[in-house]
Every structure is written in structure tokens, then in C-alpha cells.
Design a protein around this ligand. Structure first.
Ligand code: GLC
Length: 414
């Protein structure tokens, strides 16, 4: 039975995931009780805070009105196409109105369903909706015991499946189910992962599911690094903005606009997605440092989105790294993301394909070029990078067929 179901979802994967591949860029939101402490979302575990003390945070949490609208507005402005919010992080506090536990936002401090507000905000701003759900639970009495006690495991699985069922039943169409940390059970059988996800799919036939319930499902989730997966396997790199997922004001190593764009280029060149995190403050507002950065990223994407969104081809095996920048590729068109502007001329070695046209992506102005058997030289470039937002100018190169660049390590001109 479960094998039959798995095959069906494998077969329609491409259709289910098309929007997600085209979307490329999403916003991760880590929000929970931990925001009040401002010392990372693992604070309960790392500082060994007793449950009875930590629980008090459930009553002192008083977010402002509808902060999710601010996140969604910012995500939209940043050029992101979807969001994934923590409905329950490892701390165990449920952000929605659940019947599975009273430890939830509706019954405690916030006094309302924060997941519903999030869902409504996503819909208002035309963003796809993802639910993050931590399997690991530091608060539930069976969350650790389930590893050693069969009755506890049964109770914990009923709780877990009850949560997933509610999330997939009570909020209309949900696009992504994003499981996290499957501690402490050591196999998908012990978690009943196939059964749980089959249930989610029954309720949400188009949903896409990540790989963190110990089954590969629809996409992989490299964390804090970009790793192109093998061909045929979808992936999404999830990244903090400042080193912490949860709100942490003393973590000040914010990624720059150029760095975020570099991540996007790296993801797009491997047909992957980028899920960039914000950790809202306890009242729900977005940390000040994130706002102008995301606005600038969005401004840049508005002009250069053609090199990012939609169906991209993998550059691996086709195009080579260059000292002045990197590539993305769409059919016969290669986009050169020039981040170290050379001035005057740019030489690109090793092309085995005929260049038909070179132009600036922004504005479309043609660029003069010469192509010889082993080099393309773009000519008449301005002294400084034309892109004033991030100093990353995209040069659009249209080839006669799918471009192929071969450089190798040596300097032999054949
Ligand atoms: C890790 C962390 C967690 C974070 C997640 C995001 O698994 O435990 O805090 O939510 O990564 O990918």
C-alpha cells in the first residue's frame, strides 16, 4: 500500500515541484518563545534551562498585531516567492491553535493562532506557504522517552501525527511541509514517516516535502552551505542571515547584499533554491539589519531576475569559474554575473560555441565582441560596474547552441 502511494508521488513530482523550481528564492522564518531571550533558538538546550522555567515564556510572549504581514511584504519586496515558518520548533511550543497540547499560542500569551495570521499574510502577498515542523520536541513528556519506551513512542507519534494532520487540514492549501530534526528515533519506520507523509499528501495532494523525516521525499536541505545535489534530485540551501536562526541581537555578522546575491547565483547555477532566514524579534518585527539588505536584493532582482528565476540549466560540466564572476545558464543563454569589474575589456576563455550576441541584461544594450577559436573578448566596457545596487552587473551572452566552455588546468592552446 505505502509503496503504491510512494510511486504515485514519485511520478507526479515534476509537476508538483515546477512552481518551486521556478521560484528559486524563499524566506525562512524562525519565530518562537526563544525570541524573547534573544540567545538563539537552541537556548533551552544549550543553557540547560529547566522546562518549568522555560514554560513561563509562554505567558510573557505578547507579539504585536499581525507581524506576519510585515514579513510577507518584505519577502515580496525582496523577490522571494515563498515562505516557510516554524509552526513548532524544538522548544515544543505550537504557534497554532492545536488540540494536541495546551502549550500553544492560542491558549497562552499571544492569545491567538499565529500560524493562521502567517497563512493569511502569505495569501495576501501572493506567496506560497510552507510549514516547518520540528519532530524533535524538548517539551513533550514523551519527546525523549519515546526512544526507550514503546508506549511513550506510540503516544508521541499520535501527538506528532495529530499536529501534522491539523496543519494540513485547517489552513487551506499548503505548499511545503518542512520537517526538521528527527531525534531521537533512529529510523523512518520508528517515526512512521511514510505513513505520516502519506497522510499529509492525502490532505494536500500537491504538497512538497523535504528530506528531514529520514526519507528522501521531494528535496534535499543542505544547511548553512550550498551543495549542488546529483542530477535529478532537487535541493534547497537554507541559510541564516546572521549566524542564528532565532532572533539573536548580539549575532552581528550579517550577510551583505553581494553575499546574498552570490548565494542565489550559486543556487541557480545548480538548479537549487535558496531559503534565507529571518528571526523576528519577540514582538514580531523584522531585525533592522535585514530590512535594507532584503530591499536591495529585491531591487536588484527586479532588474536581473531573468538570470535567476524560471527553468535554469546546470552550469556544471558546461561553464567554468572565472576570476571576475560566475555563471547561470538558461538554454543557449549564459548569464555572466560580473562581480569584480575588469573595466574596458573582459576576456572569457575556452568557449567552443559560437557567440551570437552579447548585451547588458539591464537595458539590453549590445556589447561589441571578438571571438577567436579559444577566446571571447568583450569590448568597450565602461570603467566602473554599471550596477549601482551591488556592483554585480549581469552580461547576457546568447550562443548559437548550448554553450560549452573548456579550460582545464593547463595552458595548452590546441
Ligand atoms: C537545524 C537546527 C534548527 C534550525 C534548522 C534549520 O536543524 O537544529 O535550529 O531550525 O537547522 O534548517
Amino acid at each position: 500500500m505505502s509503496e503504491q502511494i510512494a510511486t504515485k508521488w514519485d511520478r507526479n513530482r515534476e509537476r508538483r515541484m515546477r512552481w518551486w523550481h521556478d521560484a528559486r528564492f524563499g524566506m525562512f522564518v524562525h519565530w518562537g518563545l526563544y525570541a524573547q531571550l534573544g540567545r538563539h533558538e537552541w537556548v533551552m538546550n544549550r543553557e540547560r534551562i529547566p522546562i518549568a522555567d522555560y514554560e513561563k515564556l509562554a505567558d510573557t510572549w505578547k507579539p504585536k498585531r499581525r507581524p506576519a504581514r510585515e514579513w510577507a511584504a518584505l519577502a515580496k519586496k525582496a523577490g522571494m516567492k515563498y515562505m516557510v515558518m516554524t509552526t513548532k520548533h524544538h522548544e515544543g511550543f505550537c504557534l497554532w491553535d492545536t488540540a494536541q497540547t495546551d502549550y500553544n499560542a492560542a491558549k497562552r500569551g499571544p492569545g491567538r493562532d499565529l500560524v493562521r495570521e502567517y497563512v493569511e499574510a502569505c495569501r495576501e502577498f501572493g506567496l506560497r506557504i510552507g510549514f516547518y515542523y520540528s519532530l524533535m520536541d524538548w517539551h513533550h513528556p514523551d519527546g525523549a522517552r519515546c526512544a526507550k519506551d514503546e508506549a511513550a513512542r506510540r503516544r508521541f507519534l499520535d501527538f506528532t501525527q495529530g499536529c501534522v494532520r491539523e496543519l494540513c487540514s485547517n489552513y487551506g492549501k499548503i505548499d511545503i511541509l518542512w520537517y526538521d530534526v528527527s531525534w531521537p528515533l533512529k529510523s523512518p519506520e520508528l517515526w512512521e514517516s511514510a505513513k505520516m507523509t502519506a497522510m499529509a499528501r492525502q490532505l494536500q495532494p500537491n504538497i512538497i516535502v523535504n528530506n528531514r523525516a529520514q526519507l528522501p521525499e521531494d528535496f534535499g536541505t543542505p544547511e548553512e552551505h550550498v551543495q549542488h545535489a546529483e542530477k535529478g534530485r532537487a535541493w534547497e540551501a537554507c541559510m541564516t542571515f546572521n549566524g542564528s536562526w532565532g532572533y539573536m541581537p548580539c549575532a552581528t555578522d550579517w550577510r551583505s547584499v553581494r553575499e546574498v546575491l552570490g548565494l542565489l547565483q550559486n543556487c541557480a547555477s545548480g538548479q537549487g533554491n535558496l531559503l534565507l532566514n529571518i528571526g523576528p524579534k519577540p514582538d514580531g518585527s523584522v531585525p533592522d539589519e535585514a530590512v535594507p539588505r532584503l530591499a536591495a536584493v529585491g531591487k536588484w532582482l527586479k532588474q536581473n531576475g531573468e538570470a535567476v528565476y524560471g527553468h535554469m540549466n546546470r552550469t556544471g560540466g558546461q561553464l567554468e569559474w572565472m576570476p571576475c564572476g560566475q555563471w547561470t545558464l538558461k538554454g543557449k543563454t549564459a548569464y555572466f554575473w560580473c562581480r569584480n569589474w575588469p573595466g574596458k575589456e573582459l576576456a572569457l576563455g575556452g568557449f567552443k560555441t559560437r557567440l551570437v550576441k552579447a548585451s547588458y541584461l539591464v537595458g539590453g544594450k549590445p556589447i561589441a565582441f571578438e571571438q577567436t577559436s579559444n577566446r571571447i573578448v568583450l569590448k568597450g566596457l565602461p570603467k566602473a560596474s554599471p550596477d549601482k545596487i551591488a556592483g554585480i552587473t549581469v552580461l547576457k551572452l546568447d550562443f548559437a547552441s548550448r554553450p560549452k566552455q573548456v579550460l582545464g588546468a593547463g595552458c595548452v592552446v590546441l
